[in-house]
Design a protein around this ligand. Structure first.
Ligand code: ADP
Length: 214
């Protein structure tokens, strides 16, 4: 990550350019009572940091607030683990009725389904449960595994994944939540342990707390 520590003179240059853009280096030098040569290192730092830009024969103009760049870089470093919430998991033989009760009790929209050994085998959403409930099935008897979406078609994320990659998955696959998983290698197979939940709600919280403060 680039850390931008501006000198007082560089900050002054930014202010001059903001007020007078487009402005030539000769004019900036005049404002500051300096020679153009003395100014050159500062101008090249400010253009390299994309705070200022220069158009040939036109002059310098202002592009971006340095602290905005810093904030943007910090935002891009936010990981799934910084936003995830605790996962709500049901067992595969748990009934559809029990799954619906769990949705209400936990106030969420997506449940993750584990096998007997505690590894992820599926995901069940509000509408999966609604669909089976409006049919003739006995939801007290029917196991949730019958209505869930199942592995290997489950879209997952990991704690270290940048949040915007996980957000992209929510959008691309038109789903509300991703299980945050940890892979385990068991007798040559990769099994997934659910350790968190990353949902559209987590994303909305991130927008409010990180983006709107920029
Ligand atoms: P709803 O269907 O309640 O609006 P979603 O949009 O999240 O909720 O789910 C749409 C469909 O995608 C459902 O059938 C659900 O089982 C499935 N689904 C939800 N999350 C995932 C996931 N992470 N991976 C794969 N399939 C999923």
């Amino acid at each position: 990550m680039i850390s931008i520590q501006l000198t007082e003179r560089q900050k002054e240059i930014i202010e001059i350019v903001k007020k007078n853009e487009p402005i030539t280096s000769r004019e900036i030098a005049e404002y500051l009572g300096l020679t153009r040569a003395a100014l050159r290192p500062d101008l090249s730092i400010l253009t390299m940091a994309t705070i200022l830009d220069a158009k040939p024969r036109v002059g310098y103009y202002f592009v971006q607030e340095p602290d905005k760049i810093d904030k943007l870089e910090k935002l891009l470093e936010v990981k799934v683990k910084d936003l995830q919430s605790h996962p709500v998991v049901v067992q595969e033989n748990s009934s559809v009725y029990n799954a619906i009760v769990t949705l209400f009790l936990e106030d969420i929209g997506t449940l993750f389904v584990n096998d007997q050994n505690g590894y992820l085998i599926g995901v069940v959403s509000r509408k999966d449960l609604l669909k089976i409930t409006i049919g003739d099935s006995d939801i007290h008897q029917l196991p949730v595994s019958v209505v869930m979406s199942r592995m290997p078609n489950i879209i997952v994320t990991q704690p270290e994944e940048p949040f915007y990659i996980a957000a992209r998955k929510l959008v691309d696959y038109k789903i509300d939540a991703l299980p945050v998983i940890q892979e385990e290698q068991i007798s040559g197979k990769t099994l997934l342990k659910v350790i968190g939940r990353f949902s559209k709600t987590n994303l909305a919280n991130a927008i409010v707390s990180h983006l709107l403060e920029m």
